[in-house]
Design a protein around this ligand. Structure first.
Ligand code: CP
Length: 339
């Protein structure tokens, strides 16, 4: 029995893995997409535990399919049914839960988003606390800061359509209006991973919708290291000019976490005021025939029009499918001892 060099490694943010390690995941995912059912035994008889503090369509189903296709089982868990200790209730500690789960399974996935934490960063701390005590690898299945599997799936889609050399390709990551009050996790992950691979990045949003300043600094640093450009604009139009890829997505303002709770209702009302912030065919005409990407679920008619989301340049379903392949690759590399 053999293991990959990545065996046992946690995945909380792609920035914490080297470029070589990320490319290893992407290349294996591409191979697994080509030969989808040839990897059955790699997690034979193994169980992967999935803690969902928040709901999901793609993440839950794609992890369940991934484990099935690798010969194992994905166990869905709702933390609210597990008597876990919280800030306000007595119960089992993260240390005990993580150590016990490690005796049963080959890995732990955790999803905890903004409406399940009292301040930005608390979800990230919780995942890192699980990773500290677990004796098996821990994967973020989207938390308040990052969504590494989504970032890798995005990159896999861009490599397929723009080529493996993404240096110099222009990404517009633009805020979109809407009533869903979305997390920063997917957009922050894509800022980091796209800049890491040399893309020129324009971030567009209305004044007042700043993201985490540390992530912005890291994105600038990634661009500096690759000799590429990073800019921020508050225009809903300018960033479209010459873009190769457009990613339109709503996210909450930093005010959303005031006073130890998440103000979802206020954020939803506030975001609906900016109706010009929508990705539509007129704006797409300014681009270099750009691809459209989005992690889904798509807020059609707000973040993006139907024509763009379902148009011939949209990669939304392909990238949703890529979630399966990148997660199979990650799990095979970090949790299988059957290579
Ligand atoms: N993109 C994504 O994570 O989708 P779900 O929220 O449906 O899992």
């Amino acid at each position: 029995m053999a293991k990959s060099k990545l065996f046992g490694k946690d995945l909380i943010c792609s920035q914490e893995w080297s470029e070589e390690e990320l490319i290893q995941v992407l290349e294996l995912a591409e191979e697994m997409k080509e030969n989808r059912f040839n990897y059955q035994p790699l997690l034979k008889d193994r169980t992967f535990f999935m803690f969902f503090y928040n709901p999901s369509v793609r993440t839950r189903q794609s992890f369940e399919c991934a484990l099935t296709e690798l010969g194992g089982h994905a166990q869905f868990l709702e933390p609210k049914t597990m008597r876990l200790k919280t800030a306000t209730t007595a119960g089992e500690t993260v240390e005990d839960a993580a150590k016990v789960m490690s005796r049963y399974g080959c890995g732990i996935g955790i999803r905890i988003l903004e409406d399940m934490v009292s301040r930005y960063g608390e979800g990230d701390e919780l995942i890192r606390e699980y990773a500290r005590w677990a004796e098996v690898p821990v994967i973020s299945m989207a938390h308040d800061k990052f969504h590494p599997c989504q970032g890798l799936a995005d990159l896999m889609g861009l490599r397929t359509h723009l080529g493996k050399e993404l240096q110099g390709k222009k990404l517009l990551l633009t805020w979109g209006h809407g009533a869903l009050a979305r997390s920063w996790s997917s957009v922050q992950e894509t800022l980091l991973i796209s800049s890491r691979f040399g893309m020129e990045v324009t971030l567009a949003y209305p004044a007042g919708y700043d993201l985490d300043p540390q992530i912005i600094e890291q994105t600038k640093e990634n661009c500096r290291a690759k000799g590429s450009r990073f800019e921020i604009t508050h225009s809903p139009f300018d960033g479209y000019r010459g873009a190769d890829v457009v990613y339109s997505r709503n996210w909450v303002s930093p005010d959303a976490y005031r006073g130890g709770r998440f103000h979802k209702g206020e954020e939803m009302k506030r975001a609906m005021r900016y109706k010009e912030w929508i990705c539509d065919p007129e704006k797409m005409k300014l681009t270099a025939n750009a691809l459209f990407i989005h992690p889904m679920p798509v807020d059609r008619g707000h973040e993006v029009t139907d024509e763009v989301a379902s148009g011939s340049r949209s990669l939304i379903y392909e990238i949703a499918e890529n979630r399966l392949h990148v997660q199979k690759a990650i799990l095979a590399l970090i949790a299988s001892d059957l290579w």
